[in-house]
Design a binder for this molecule. Structure first.
Ligand SMILES: [Zn+2]
Length: 174
């Protein structure tokens, strides 16, 4: 089974409401693209390759980066139980309007994707490009996973992962 990298990462870095400080909320609202209650709020901050907004909620040395729509859900509804996904009723990954977000299982998520024909686009080796993005760098630095596992996932070498985490390379990324 192909596991969506965003959901997987979101599960690893599950929300902790204690980390949602006023300054995190301020930054969330700044990038939320908030508009009418019925409309999609299209995240204006950083996005990952899958099109989901991401936001840092804790800084070095224990940096934590989470999905913007999960943060939105948590601000609106409280903590997301372990292992559950937040699904978009509007099929817009960038949207962070809590009215368009609902809780579901990973299986629901896969079913939704398949029904919308987005699942196929995510499958296969080609999905994970060798070129790393800024979001990848943030995620790699925030990850608790072993370097070898990250190397496999991001199709790069363990040495490269180590250099990223030690900030020997990609110094431009905070
Ligand atoms: Zn929406």
């Amino acid at each position: 089974m192909v596991v969506d990298i965003v959901s997987e990462r979101a599960t690893i870095t599950n929300m902790i409401t204690d980390l949602i400080t006023e300054s995190v909320k301020d930054r969330f609202w700044k990038y939320s693209g908030k508009s009418g209650p019925e409309q999609c709020w299209l995240w204006t901050g950083t996005k990952n390759r899958a099109g989901y907004g991401v936001i840092g909620i804790r800084w070095m040395p224990n940096q934590k980066v989470v999905s913007a729509h999960r943060l939105s859900y948590t601000i609106a509804n409280g903590e997301i139980p372990d292992g559950l996904s937040i699904l978009h009723s509007c099929d817009s990954p960038t949207c962070v309007n809590p009215a368009h977000l609902r809780i579901g299982t990973q299986a629901d998520n896969m079913k939704d994707r398949a029904a919308r024909g987005r699942g196929n686009a995510q499958k296969g080796e080609g999905h994970y490009k060798a070129t790393l993005t800024t979001d990848d760098i943030l995620a790699i630095r925030a990850s608790d996973e072993r370097q070898v596992d990250l190397a496999v996932r991001y199709k790069t070498s363990q040495t490269n992962i180590s250099s990223i985490q030690l900030r020997k390379i990609w110094k431009s990324v905070p």
